[in-house]
Design a protein around this ligand. Structure first.
Ligand code: C5P
Length: 399
């Protein structure tokens, strides 16, 4: 996958810069050509000699060589690269990238790069969690920059939390996925899909609501994968913290009723739908107009059933493709098979909360495809790899 690929490796001034050496070696071993661009501060953390030796190319820091005046063209660097990877990416560099600052070679190269760009943040947990950093990461993600999320663990400050740069092996896998995504052919061009994702919110009063743990990650990964293969995608999304995947039309909703209306309307023009949302099955019978004040005794909420969006689309699907999800805690296969019939799905993606690494929140999933011909269990995969397998199956059924 990486054979002959040109990777521009941006290294910034973080203690995690030592991992950039391993990263560089791994990229080279996988067959990539690596050009390192460092910020001035990065040189304090890892020597240019180390990086130049590992990359087998002189590293670049300045706009020009002060000795002989040779110009380091950020434009031709941007053109040379198949992918630009900033690892480690400090809060400072992320902020400058988000704001278009161009005060060093790494940043001017970023601004002129036409290739995909990925960043692997590395910083202290509070800096990472700071609203300014999070806003910058969202801005970059919305512009198509792939953010390789940091892991949790012990940090250089001695504190423990999220901010530790992802391990080099995992960064290399992410780079491979990004390059593969760029090379995907538009096999679903001309097809229109609806994807529902995320959790709905059912208000109780102006302050409280009922919801669930869904983060929307799985549905967003599927919407992104469909779009990357050329499909026209409408994503009807409940509440999530995620940016809309590139090329996807997102309709944001709150309640199950709003999702029902948006999804049924989008389905009319679609060739198929993937029902990934965690829709509330019940909603309060009445929504109090004013905040409900507490009393001494217990409180009973009366709930009524919401509409089953998937079942409704299943009833009117005709020749269209309908994919459902089943998240189960027991009797998984039997429940998933019952849903296949009841909702008229073409296949069901089953995940069990009993499997480690499956279900909510995480970046991995372990699913089983269930259709009328049988079952196929997939191994534990990242959510984006799981999405690719689901879309492979959609593709094979859409022909
Ligand atoms: O019956 P259950 O909620 O477990 O079914 C899960 C499947 O049905 C998922 O694909 C989910 O997105 C979909 N669903 C829906 N509308 C509902 C409830 C579930 O589309 N009200």
């Amino acid at each position: 996958m990486l054979q002959g690929k040109h990777i521009l490796l941006g290294v910034t001034g973080s203690i995690a810069a030592y991992k950039a050496a391993v990263l560089c070696r791994l990229l080279r071993t996988a067959g990539a050509e690596v050009q390192v661009v460092m910020t001035a501060l990065a040189k304090e953390f890892i020597t240019p000699l180390t990086m130049a030796t590992l990359s087998k190319r002189p590293i670049l820091v300045e706009f020009f060589d002060p000795e002989n005046g040779a110009w380091n063209s950020h434009v031709s660097l941007g053109e040379w690269a198949d992918l630009m990877l900033v690892a480690p990416a400090t809060a400072n560099t992320l902020s400058k990238m988000a704001h278009g600052t161009a005060d060093n070679l790494l940043l001017t190269t970023y601004l002129s790069a036409r290739c995909p760009v990925a960043v692997a943040p590395a910083m202290d947990l509070d800096m990472y969690a700071h609203v300014a950093t999070q806003q910058n990461l969202r801005t970059l993600a919305e512009r198509g920059v792939a953010v390789i999320e940091p892991g949790e663990g012990e940090l250089a400050s001695g504190l423990t939390g999220k901010g530790r740069m992802e391990e080099p092996e995992a960064i290399v896998r992410a780079v491979e996925r990004l390059l593969a995504a760029g090379e995907r052919r538009p096999t679903l061009a001309g097809k229109r899909y609806l994807v529902t994702a995320g959790a709905t919110i059912e208000p109780i009063d102006p302050v409280r609501y009922l919801t669930n743990h869904s983060t929307g990650k799985m549905g967003y990964a599927i919407a992104g994968e469909l779009a990357a293969r050329g499909a026209d995608v409408t994503l009807v999304s409940g509440r999530t913290a995620l940016a809309a995947p590139q090329g996807v039309r997102r309709i944001e909703v709150l309640t199950a009723e709003e999702m029902y209306r948006a999804a049924t309307e989008a389905f009319d023009a679609a060739d198929g739908a993937v029902m990934c949302a965690a829709v509330a099955d019940y909603t309060p019978e009445q929504v109090a107009e004013r905040k409900m004040e507490k009393g001494d005794g217990s409180l009973t909420l009366r709930l009524r059933r919401t509409k089953d969006i998937a079942a409704e689309l299943g009833a009117r699907k005709g020749g269209r493709l309908l994919v459902g999800f089943a998240l189960e805690t027991h009797d998984e296969e039997a429940h998933a098979e019952a849903k296949l019939e009841r909702k008229n799905f073409d296949f069901v993606v089953l995940n069990s909360l009993r499997d480690a690494g499956a279900g909510f929140r995480g970046d991995t999933n372990k699913v089983t495809f269930i259709d009328r011909t049988g079952r196929k269990a997939l191994p534990l995969l990242s959510k984006s790899e799981t999405a690719a397998r689901i879309v492979d199956k959609i593709e094979s059924l859409s022909k």
